[in-house]
Design a binder for this molecule. Structure first.
Ligand code: SF4
Ligand code: SF4
Length: 165
């Protein structure tokens, strides 16, 4: 069963370097969804210790305890982050690592769970527009789109039991 991240996990990255692809890093002018030039894929960061603040600030939800031990981002091909939008508040973001994984069983199960506990979930696929799913209609606040990671993001009302990839 899916669970909220507890922040008490003792997990470590191991061979995962997935966020070094998914996340934009301002200091390096690294765009989202492109491998960082300092990343030794499957090994680690070549400048670890001197890596930018933008890298250090990422709160990997798997490291914090979300999902099962086997749901490491490089395995399920989804990196999970959280983000606070001034209007919509705290939301969970799924970054796709390889195309198609946002429609896979892990992302589907976690999205249903999060919606069922009242969380907004944003899907960032490699191709196509982003989608922010909100479980309660009132969370739409009259908004229909916004920009995230330089891409259009549509906002849709989605009760947990109706979610399908
Ligand atoms: S996605 Fe999470 S587990 Fe993977 S390298 Fe980044 S911080 Fe570590
Ligand atoms: S600088 Fe290092 S930690 Fe930061 S994105 Fe690049 S490889 Fe990853």
């Amino acid at each position: 069963m899916s669970e909220e991240a507890t922040g008490t996990s003792t997990r470590s990255c191991g061979k995962c370097t997935a966020c070094c692809k998914t996340h934009p890093i301002l200091e390096l002018a690294k765009p989202a969804s492109k491998w960082c030039s300092h990343c030794q894929i499957g090994k680690g960061c070549a400048i670890y210790g001197d890596h930018p603040q933008g890298c250090k600030e990422f709160s990997c939800q798997w490291l914090l305890g979300r999902g099962q031990d086997g749901d490491r981002p490089d395995q399920v091909k989804i990196v999970i982050d959280n983000f606070i939008l001034p209007v919509l508040g705290d939301m969970i973001i799924f970054f796709e690592v390889t195309e198609g994984s946002i429609r896979g069983s892990f992302a589907t199960k976690e999205t249903r769970f999060l919606l069922s506990v009242g969380r907004a979930v944003c899907h960032l696929p490699l191709a196509g527009r982003n989608t922010l799913y909100v479980p309660i209609k009132e969370m739409l606040l009259g908004l229909h789109t916004f920009t995230l990671n330089g891409k259009e993001t549509v906002i849709v009302h989605m009760p947990a039991d109706e979610f399908a990839p």
